[in-house]
Each structure stands twice: as structure tokens, then as C-alpha cells.
Ligand binder design. Sequence first.
Ligand code: 3NM
Length: 210
Amino acid sequence: MLPSDPKLYAILDLGYVSATDAEEVTRELLKGGADLLQLRAKGKELDLIRDVASRLIPLCREAQVPFILNDFPEMAAGLDADGVHIGQDDGEIAAVRKIVGPGKIVGRSTHSLNQARAALAEGADYIGFGPLFPTPTKPGRPAIGLENIPIMEAEVGSALPAFCIGGINRTTLPLVINSGARRIVVVSDLLQAENISEAARFFKDSLNHS
Ligand code: 3NM
């Protein structure tokens, strides 16, 4: 189940963190107040992804933070992950939900207002909305900017948790919050922080006080 008012969604991206460091970094993210944790491992071997996921799930469970796997609904089901995150080209929510099973979280990336509306209509549990800014974590995807955040929050974010994503860091955060974002996903700024738990705490506190 999703937490009632999630603010900070952290992604453990194996493009930034080695499989060896995954548990330590996850502990830091959880300590800093991440409300959801996703494992993202583009282009990695399935066995490696399964191994890392199986080591992170108990940590998340102990912290009562949902563990979400990026892609691979079958693997998510097999590992009893709390949910799965899919992109625009990964099929229908209902089909994915059938694979991961009842009570599991299914989230969708959206890159425009219309995609956000469509994800709500088809029954996503939450959405990502971005990238707000160009970001090396997802190269080649055009930034959608900040101006549609209030419309997205009013139309979609009032019905399900909507996480703004893409290029959000401790410098851009005030701009993002002032544009109306209530929930965010952060990848590189957290994973590259000198003190990951303190950085996470900074994002979380800023969102809580906004
Ligand atoms: N998805 P960072 S942007 C994984 O817009 C991802 O759907 C995006 O990483 C989307 O916090 C993105 O390092 C990368 O910019 C976010």
C-alpha cells in the first residue's frame, strides 16, 4: 500500500550506485525519510537485478517503506515486491496489475498533461511527471518545464499521488516547490550527495514545510 501522504520518492539507480553499495545507500535513503524506494537498473542482467532487489526488500519492509521495481512485473511478483513502475510503452496498467497481483502498487511515468490524465483514467496508483528539467539520468528526453505543474496537481494530483521528477536537486527544489509540486522523485542529487541521509532529510523537510 502507498503511504498516505508520500513526499519523497527515492530511486536507487544502478547507473549511479554499484550493486555492492546498494544496501548501504538504501539504508541512508530510508534513514533520511524516503517514503518510497524504487530499484532502477536499466540494461543490467536480470540475475543481478533480482539479487539486489531481494537484498533491498527486507530493508524497506523493516522501514515500512514500499519497495517498487522499475519494469519486470513478473520478477516483482516473484519477489513479492510492493509494486512496479512502468513507462509509457510498457502496456496497460490493468495487464500489469494482473501480473503483479492484488494489493500491489502500479505506477506510471508520464511526460505531459495528457499522459498524466490518461494514467489517472486507466487506474495508475501514482504517477511520475517529468522531466521538469533536462537530466543526465534520462538523456535525450525533452524537459516539460514547470508551467503545467499546477494544472497537473489540480486535475491528477488531487486524485492520486503525483511525483514531479527530472533534474530536481537541492538548488532547483525551491523553484519546483514554488511551481506547485507537492511530491518529488530525486535520483542523482541524492545518490551523489556527500551525506545521502542528510540530503534526503533536506528534501523531505522542505516538502513537509511547503
Ligand atoms: N524518469 P534525476 S526523469 C528516471 O521524466 C527518470 O519520467 C523521468 O533523475 C521521467 O533526479 C528521470 O537524476 C531521471 O534528474 C530523474
